[in-house]
Design a protein around this ligand. Structure first.
Ligand SMILES: NC(=O)c1ccc[n+]([C@@H]2O[C@H](COP(=O)([O-])OP(=O)(O)OC[C@H]3O[C@@H](n4cnc5c(N)ncnc54)[C@H](O)[C@@H]3O)[C@@H](O)[C@H]2O)c1
Length: 342
């Protein structure tokens, strides 16, 4: 089987490419990435060391995409994933996340390839998600342990990022309708782990670890600036494992949408994350409180993994402590990575 991973030099794409190369011995893995994201050059070198070729192409360039060889499966991990880019750089969100999916789907139709699409928990309605926490008491931790399933409301607004992800999902349904092609859509919550070049607006877990290692300042932004907002976090190894199972079971399980995340056990507030980073690094850093909340931010998101567990008998294995330790070891070990975060 020939597999193309778009966004293959990104955090998810690069880890997945290397994992599939090791675990699907008879398959050939390729990457497509324009190397737009800072840090993606380092991931490209990792791919090359593992014998994986990258096509340095922009996903919106249909002419170049049409010239690529035929693949049996495309795993679409290419995106502008920062939620705040919806406001700061809407053109790139639209082109990469929606035109990009359209181009990849046209290629799938031409070549008769199946697709695994990486969608996001951000397809869900911001207002409905905010209502889960009825009244946010900015002085106290959030108590609810509600879990969000794939049946949660997807009405707008959900940010331009969320819109392009949901629209991409709908495009898959439209374009694969009445064809024999198969798809899987995975709506992931927060994913974290080594080779994630985190920044303030995307990839907060490695950013938190790095700022503690290098004793730099951080900010609690939004919801009063107390760091009580909660997310569940999923280890990248768990992401790779579940996608491998999905590929192996594609013959029987297809045309489904799953919510996949760390779940209640792996849910954590920013404040709790800070405590864990202090224990891990021995360093305590300064925090700036920014109480104003972005219109795109949500106070709480925790995944309901019931469906993915039922279909694949799969659950996340690596807990939040392992995620943090793995990120810590990764940042400490590699001088180029240290330079990125310093
Ligand atoms: N990381 C998370 O927590 C998370 C959570 C939910 C969903 N997702 C989804 O998973 C996928 C992978 O996310 P990630 O965290 O690896 O992001 P990432 O930014 O690390 O990787 C995306 C890659 O796409 C490349 N890229 C961006 N624009 C491009 C373009 N126009 N043409 C070609 N390449 C381009 C970048 O250079 C980068 O290497 C995305 O679809 C994202 O929406 C991620």
């Amino acid at each position: 089987m020939k597999i193309l991973i778009t966004g293959g030099c990104g955090f998810v794409g690069s880890n997945l490419a290397i994992y599939l190369k090791k675990n699907l011995k008879k398959s050939k893995i390729f990457s497509l990435d324009s190397l737009l994201r800072k840090g993606s050059e380092l991931n490209k070198n990792r791919l090359l060391k593992n014998g994986i070729k990258n096509y340095t192409i922009k996903i919106e360039d249909i002419k170049k995409i049409n010239r690529l060889p035929k693949f049996d499966l495309i795993i679409d991990c290419c995106a502008e994933p920062a939620i705040e880019a919806s406001r700061k750089d809407p053109d790139s969100v639209f082109k990469t996340n929606l035109v990009g999916t359209f181009n990849i789907l046209k290629k799938c139709i031409n070549d008769k390839s199946n697709i695994v699409f990486l969608s996001s928990s951000r397809v869900y309605s911001i207002e409905k998600l905010r209502k889960i926490i009825k009244k946010i008491n900015i002085l106290k931790p959030i108590k609810t342990r509600k879990k969000i399933s794939d049946e949660f409301e997807t009405s707008s607004p959900s940010s331009l990022y969320g819109f392009t992800k949901l629209a991409s999902e709908k495009l898959i349904h439209e374009m694969f309708y009445k064809t024999k092609l198969k798809f899987i859509i995975n709506r992931f919550g927060v994913i974290a782990g080594p080779w994630q070049f985190g920044k303030q607006d995307q990839g907060f877990v490695p950013l938190w670890v790095a700022k503690h290692i290098f004793k730099q300042k951080l900010s609690y932004i939004g919801f009063g600036g107390n760091g009580h907002q909660i997310r569940d976090v999923l280890h990248i190894d768990d992401v790779c494992e579940v996608i491998l199972i999905q590929i192996k079971k594609f013959g029987k399980i297809y045309n489904q949408t799953f919510n996949i995340g760390g779940g209640v056990k792996n849910s954590i507030s920013l404040k709790q994350l800070t405590e864990k980073c202090i224990n891990l690094t021995g360093n305590r850093i300064k925090f700036k409180k920014i109480s104003k909340t972005s219109i795109f931010d949500i106070p709480y998101y925790v995944t309901n993994n019931t469906k993915v567990k039922k279909f694949y008998k799969w659950e996340p294995k690596k807990d939040i402590n392992i995620i943090l330790e793995d990120i810590y070891t990764w940042i400490k070990k590699d001088k180029y990575v240290r330079n990125y975060f310093k």
